[in-house]
Design a protein around this ligand. Structure first.
Ligand code: ZN
Length: 296
């Protein structure tokens, strides 16, 4: 099944939900990052969470999630846009935490203390920035806690990543359910109970069920409006000109140091690991001559 998400709202407009399958993009991101199994699960969850939250974006809006914890992974990053393009990275891809009897200890890899940062570029002058302390470091609960406490939208998030013995991601996906302000308490509690009874997302995906079936199981008997589907893909937004602009922002001193070296300057994109190389002349051209800083 190709990665995609499906978004629905109840006919009475009191609840909305998004379900996603993210297997291919999580696998692509983990391969590029060179993650060990526990790191793959942690990063896969964050990437899937970003894809789900991205379903609420419109037009050119972008969303970035960053988890900064005191565990071995240090910093995890996931970004997406309204078109379902997703990328992700992890600062230290090897957690060194072997899976135990109960599965993957994501909180140990992320760290039990830390922060979740949410940055939304909504096309306004300044991006919106939100931050909460990590709630359980399991990622799904942290996102739900952020949405409920910071954005004031009661939310439930379920995220799953299933790995084969060789570490390959064979199923990944998730579910986001949100109650809108006029939501009926009774309906919400029905949904909460169903969510608890629902098998893990990865079990459903491995049984060949997709986002539509996931939502059908959850909302059975509850009238729904028209559903919307968005394909999800791994896509990095980096480019040579963007890397050059980043280098330029480093400032004159650092650039002069680079230009003085007897070799090309190499930059590796943290997300897709693409390698960009710049000659000394290209670096020199970035240095604005003294006294010529003003545009004519
Ligand atoms: Zn890139």
């Amino acid at each position: 099944m190709k990665d995609h998400l499906v978004r629905v709202a109840t006919k009475d407009g009191t609840l909305r939900a998004t379900a996603a399958v993210t297997t291919e993009l999580v696998d692509a991101i983990c391969r590029r990052q060179g993650t060990d199994p526990t790191a793959s699960v942690a990063l896969g969850r964050l990437v899937t969470g970003a894809a789900l939250m991205g379903s609420l974006l419109k037009g050119d809006q972008r969303l970035a999630l960053m988890v900064e914890g005191n565990g071995p992974l240090q910093k995890l990053h996931a970004e997406t846009d309204a078109q379902g393009r997703v990328r992700g990275s992890v600062k230290v891809p090897v957690s060194g935490i072997a899976p135990g009897e109960k599965g993957f200890d994501v909180p140990a890899a992320v760290g039990r203390a830390g922060f979740l940062h949410v940055i939304k570029d909504l096309g306004l002058k300044e991006p919106y920035r939100g931050m909460v302390q990590l709630y359980s470091s399991e990622i799904a609960e942290d996102l739900a806690y952020y949405l409920t406490s910071s954005e004031q939208v009661p939310s439930t998030v379920a995220l799953g990543v299933y790995l084969e013995n060789d570490g390959r991601v064979s199923a990944a996906g998730g579910l986001l359910v949100q109650a809108l302000p006029e939501g009926q308490e009774a309906l919400i509690s029905v949904l909460e109970k169903r969510l608890i009874d629902l098998p893990p997302v990865t079990t459903l995906l491995r049984d060949g069920k997709g986002p539509v079936q996931l939502l059908e199981a959850l909302f059975s008997g509850i009238p729904l409006g028209r559903s919307e589907e968005t394909p999800l893909v791994f896509r990095c937004t980096c480019s040579r000109s963007q890397v050059l602009a980043m280098l330029k922002s480093l400032g004159k001193e650092e650039l002069q140091e680079m230009a003085a070296k007897d070799e090309d300057t190499g930059v590796i994109c943290e997300f897709c690991k693409e390698h960009y190389s710049f000659s000394q002349d290209e670096i020199k051209a970035l240095i604005t001559p003294v006294g010529n800083t003003e545009t004519p």
